[in-house]
Design a binder for this molecule. Structure first.
Ligand SMILES: NC(=O)c1ccc[n+]([C@@H]2O[C@H](COP(=O)([O-])OP(=O)(O)OC[C@H]3O[C@@H](n4cnc5c(N)ncnc54)[C@H](O)[C@@H]3O)[C@@H](O)[C@H]2O)c1
Length: 369
């Protein structure tokens, strides 16, 4: 069995998960970990037996790596991907791929130029239900039956995030007035709010499952008083039209303390698939005696890491290469553009590196019940 030498850049919450996953995998040797937080990177390195680095360039020069996982704040995915490619190292970049389309393009071009693989961490594409919808939307009949031609979809995604989530990374620590450093809640480092951090999974899934998209129009606001320090949106509503003529609506928010469940439904002319917090109900043309439930925990065909190792070994494309990861960023940039201009936006999107100045901020407005 071939063993692949790996490193992780950014060993915080998600990077910590990656360190565990890579350490468990028999096909991987975790050689190095890198982070700008010296205390954290040394602790992680000690626990997993890898070499700690504070400088990524030095790490790429010292270690002979086959792959690197980038789990830093969003705005650093692009510079580290380009650096890895220049050292001929294959890359898994966490979602979102980057914060602008220009950054996505830099990543794609660098990886193609150096002939290394670039995979984006959209793990939900490996879920069998989502794979089924992708196939069914393209007319597959299979043993689960058909939903016919997709007519419409709805998705509501609620991920409550309180003040602590943003305070720990707010532009200014309200207690001390000191610039805190980390990255959430700011256009320049996070690139958006709920859209790019949480909803990016659903946006990726829907543009993939039932897309490609023709146009969208959107409204966004920062509503929660708990999000008083953030620049970016916490609540978004979008209506879509696909190239094939289906329509969809999606709502995303991180403001509701008492959240109702995450849910979506995709309807076609012959049936539907509904998912509520991971539980799936379907009624399709050949299995319509009664609705039945498919547990979310049903194993997917592969996961991000195994699929990436296969792509490296067999010189194939990963499930979500850079060109695919870019599509979710294109949707996010389109939504922000629609919010800014108050108009529908058509694909493909011509991006700039600017961020919206017009997000409705309701949190300071008086309201009456
Ligand atoms: N696929 C998923 O479902 C999933 C889940 C959670 C997070 N993520 C992604 O993982 C990334 C990290 O998120 P997180 O929640 O772990 O954030 P975090 O703030 O907990 O961790 C970020 C880590 O990166 C380090 N860091 C910051 N700037 C750096 C730099 N310039 N160079 C090297 N290290 C740097 C920080 O010190 C910290 O250890 C984000 O892009 C996020 O979207 C993906």
């Amino acid at each position: 069995m071939k063993v692949h030498n790996f490193a992780v850049i950014g060993v915080g919450g998600r990077g910590g998960d990656w360190v565990k996953e890579l350490s468990r995998n028999q096909e991987v040797k975790l050689l190095a970990v890198m982070d700008i937080d010296e205390k954290r990177v040394k602790k992680v390195a000690e626990e997993c037996g890898a070499t700690p680095y504070l400088d990524a360039e030095e790490m790429f020069q010292q270690e002979k790596l086959d792959g690197v996982v980038i789990a830093t704040p969003h705005y650093m995915h692009a510079p580290y991907t380009v650096m890895a490619a220049e050292h001929d190292v294959n890359v898994i970049s966490e979602k979102p791929m980057a914060i602008t389309l220009q950054q996505c393009d830099e990543m794609i071009i660098a990886c193609r130029k150096h002939a290394v693989k670039l995979a984006i961490g959209f793990q939900h594409r490996f879920n069998p239900t989502h794979q089924y919808i992708y196939d069914a939307a393209r007319g597959a009949k299979g043993e689960l039956g058909t939903i016919g031609r997709v007519t419409d979809w709805q998705c509501v995604t609620r991920h409550y995030r309180g003040d602590l989530y943003y305070l720990s990374s707010s532009p200014v620590d309200p207690k001390t007035g000191v610039k805190a450093g980390p990255w959430r809640g700011r256009w320049s480092t996070e690139g958006a709010g709920i859209l790019i951090n949480q909803a990016v999974h659903e946006l990726d899934l829907f543009q993939w499952m039932v897309g490609p998209l023709r146009s969208l129009s959107a409204h966004a606001a920062t509503i929660s008083k708990e999000h008083a320090l953030i620049e970016v949106e916490d609540t978004v509503a979008v209506s879509f039209e696909s190239l094939a003529g289906a329509v969809g609506t999606m709502i995303f928010t991180s403001s509701n303390k008492k959240s109702e469940k995450n849910k979506f439904v995709v309807h076609g002319t012959e049936g539907y698939v509904e998912e509520i917090d991971g539980m799936v109900t379907m009624d399709t043309r050949y299995k319509n005696e009664e609705d039945y439930e498919v547990p979310f925990t049903q194993p997917a065909r592969q996961n991000v890491l195994e699929n990436f190792i296969d792509a490296v070994d067999k010189d194939t494309e990963p499930m979500v290469p850079g060109e695919e990861g870019r599509k979710a960023i294109e949707v996010i940039r389109a939504i922000l553009k629609s919010v800014e201009t108050d108009q529908a936006v058509y694909f493909p999107v011509k991006d700039s590196s600017s961020f919206p100045t017009v997000i409705n901020v309701y949190r300071d407005k008086p309201f009456e019940f």
